[in-house]
Design a protein around this ligand. Structure first.
Ligand SMILES: C[S@@+](CC[C@H](N)C(=O)[O-])C[C@H]1O[C@@H](n2cnc3c(N)ncnc32)[C@H](O)[C@@H]1O
Ligand code: SF4
Ligand code: SF4
Length: 275
């Protein structure tokens, strides 16, 4: 039987957040559903034989540390790496120590080293706490387990090279993601010359036949932005009431996959949709 066979699984563990960024409005929202039971997430991941990478994103994932521990513990017998994208505020010594020995990669979002500009970026004065946590994490983790991600916009452009130098001095990978307005509802300005340039020929987006996104309410989509594609608004299914293997075998998943092959929306430049 034909099936959708994803290798990169994403879990938006919450939309809620403890920062007030100007690039992103997730912090203005509240989760609308009950917590998805952790066993359902673990079972779902375990049932995908093609899964290679699992990424916990939000909102701020570290608001739900116990769930993170339970998930990485639950899938620890599989050869899947779990990435956690964090604003760093709650990624303290205790958190880092608890996850350090698992197959993880933690990404700290850092757009500037300038204390004043930081307040504009984060809408809060969290510079000191984030750098204290980050310094501990870089000491405690090997360099393959931690990296920095920055968002490039007209506003952050003057600050990014300093972040890049800092990452280099620490021997850490530094990824740069283009600022995207749609979906994040931020107030920054997209640059016209993008960091990521994708040719207009051939398949546009790398999420096709690769990504699977689970939302906090249990809804399952291919890419996070699947509902932006004409005729693909409905989720593939919901983990509260359906098994993942069933969800991936619906004809609807294959229909969406076909539509994605010619999809060319601004979200294709987000790291979760890139190579
Ligand atoms: C939405 S955040 C969620 C995880 C966590 N709260 C954080 O900030 O790292 C995931 C990533 O998206 C980035 N991001 C936020 N707003 C963005 C935007 N408008 N365009 C592109 N990337 C954005 C963040 O910097 C972060 O690296
Ligand atoms: S970018 Fe991350 S830290 Fe900032 S508001 Fe969005 S979810 Fe929160
Ligand atoms: S461009 Fe966006 S909506 Fe289209 S397939 Fe890629 S991630 Fe999904």
């Amino acid at each position: 039987m034909m099936k959708y066979n994803p290798s990169h699984i994403y879990y938006m563990i919450t939309i809620q957040c403890n920062q007030k960024c100007t690039k992103c409005s997730h912090w203005k929202q509240k989760d609308k559903a009950d917590r998805l039971p952790i066993e359902k997430i673990v079972q779902a991941i375990k049932s995908i034989s093609t899964a290679k990478e699992f990424c916990i994103v939000g909102g701020e994932p570290a608001l739900f540390k116990t769930e993170i521990y339970d998930i990485i513990n639950g899938i620890s017998d599989m050869s899947i790496r779990t990435a956690i994208i964090t604003n760093g505020v709650l990624a303290d010594k205790d958190f880092i120590d608890k996850i350090a020995n698992f197959n993880i990669h933690i990404v700290f979002s850092i757009d500037t080293l300038n204390k004043e500009f930081w307040k504009f970026v984060r809408g809060t004065n969290s510079y000191n706490v984030v750098f204290r946590n980050f310094e501990y994490a870089t000491d405690a983790l090997s360099s393959d387990k931690i990296s920095i991600q920055s968002v490039l916009s007209k506003e952050t452009e003057p600050y990014i090279s300093e972040v890049a130098d800092y990452a280099k001095r620490k021997n850490l990978y530094h990824s740069i993601q283009d600022y995207v307005s749609d979906g994040f509802n931020g107030s920054w300005t997209e640059k016209t010359d993008k960091q990521i340039v994708i040719s207009d020929n051939g398949q546009q987006c790398f999420s096709v036949d690769r990504n699977l996104s689970i939302m906090q309410n249990g809804d399952v989509f291919t890419c996070f932005q699947q509902s932006w594609i004409d005729g693909c608004q409905k989720p593939l299914g919901n983990l509260n009431t359906q098994e993942m293997s069933k969800i991936l075998s619906f004809d609807y998943a294959l229909y969406i996959s076909k539509k994605m092959k010619t999809c060319n929306l601004p979200c294709k430049v987000l790291k979760c949709n890139m190579k």
